[in-house]
Design a protein around this ligand. Sequence first.
Ligand code: GLN
Length: 193
Amino acid sequence: MKRMVQIGVLALQGDVQEHMAMVEAAGGRAMEVRTREALREVDGLIIPGGESTTIGGLMARYGLDEAIRERVRDGFPVFGTCAGLILMASEVDGGEPPLLRVMDVRVQRNAYGRQRESFEAKVEVPLLGADPLRVAFIRAPRIERVGPAVEVLATYQGRPVLVRQGNLLGATFHPEICGDPRVHEYFLLVITS
Ligand code: GLN
């Protein structure tokens, strides 16, 4: 029997349980990752939303940043959402946490301002079918620039919100709290194809 795809969720801070539930809903097996040892056991990693300064600081303290970078060099799939995307970016405006710098994008933290700090929206993702995706933007970053190797999979108000660079996937929104597992299913596909 084929082994189920094992997806790690970086469990330092942020929306960990919600991502684990979505991974299972998408047909994968979810596992919390807090150590370099655990990182070796998974086929892909989700870096959840939360506070990028906190997650980045803990990641560096536990030596997970270098371990993730090393695996990414060998094609390891990583999906960063919101704060997770900030940590993957090569450049960050608005206060730079300790970064992985694995994805050729520039992001602006907390770009939607106070009034609209958090909101739900329907985002069209042609790749995932005609039905728009209901997602939440929570003190979300905005992607200001994408490099030539980066594919824009979805935009919202004219800006990229879901991007892919090889086996790396990034979303400025939270795909884990509105009950639609299609982005997680897509990440599973990135891992298995
Ligand atoms: N505003 C947070 C940051 O800059 C990200 C918010 C989130 O992940 N929902 O780290």
